[in-house]
Design a binder for this molecule. Structure first.
Ligand code: COA
Length: 171
């Protein structure tokens, strides 16, 4: 499976991605802010585990992870978790520092959503975004998502609670 765009390609993860996957995801305060499961500093062991989860998702029915590839490097990722065919899936994404602010994630999310909605005949895609995550709220807004509410104290990281927007896009 390969979805091509002018600036990047979306494809499944593979073992040989480890070096660039780790390089682009390591020790990143913004990813730390964006994901419950990301531990700063980010170790090679954690990268192996995350990449392996992405590789295994290809054989699963309820999760799919796409790698964002630029110049043959794994520079980011888009995930669809909790897939319920004919109904819904939960979206997540990150892209490495060097590649931010170029519109790549917005385009990649649109492309990946088109594929996943068709494949599973989905009616709803949703995502949780920390209220201070300006970049991510902007990406979802540009991809047709609407704020459905604020989930108060829905996150806990490093001993601090935080609020998240619930975003949804339906058809
Ligand atoms: C959030 C993230 C994916 C955005 O990726 P990106 O490729 O830079 O996004 P885009 O280039 O498509 O930008 C989309 C819009 O958001 C804006 N934007 C991006 N980062 C921003 C920031 N930190 N603050 C304010 N606006 C921002 C861009 O200017 C653009 O708006 P515009 O079209 O009006 O100019 C990236 O910053 C990231 O990986 N962050 C860490 C992980 C994370 O938070 N993931 C989401 C978890 S919910």
């Amino acid at each position: 499976m390969k979805l091509k765009s002018k600036d990047f390609m979306l494809r499944y993860a593979k073992k040989s991605d480890l070096k660039s996957y780790y390089k682009n995801k390591r020790n990143d305060k913004q990813i730390d802010n964006g994901f419950h499961g990301y531990k700063y500093p980010y170790s090679l062991t954690a990268a192996k585990k995350d990449l392996n989860r992405a590789i295994l998702s290809v054989k699963q029915k309820d999760n799919i992870y796409f790698i964002i590839e630029v110049n043959s490097e794994a520079v980011g990722e888009i995930s669809f978790e909790k897939i319920i065919p004919k109904l819904s899936a939960k979206i997540g994404y990150w892209i490495g520092k060097e590649y931010r602010g170029k519109g790549i994630t917005t385009k990649a999310v649109k492309l990946a959503m088109r594929y996943i909605i068709n494949k599973y005949n989905l009616r709803r895609i949703y995502g949780n975004v920390r209220t201070n995550n300006k970049g991510s709220t902007r990406v979802l807004g540009k991809c047709g998502f609407k704020v459905e509410g604020i989930q108060r104290r829905s996150g806990l990281k490093n001993g601090k609670y935080y609020d998240e927007y619930l975003y949804g896009r339906v058809r």
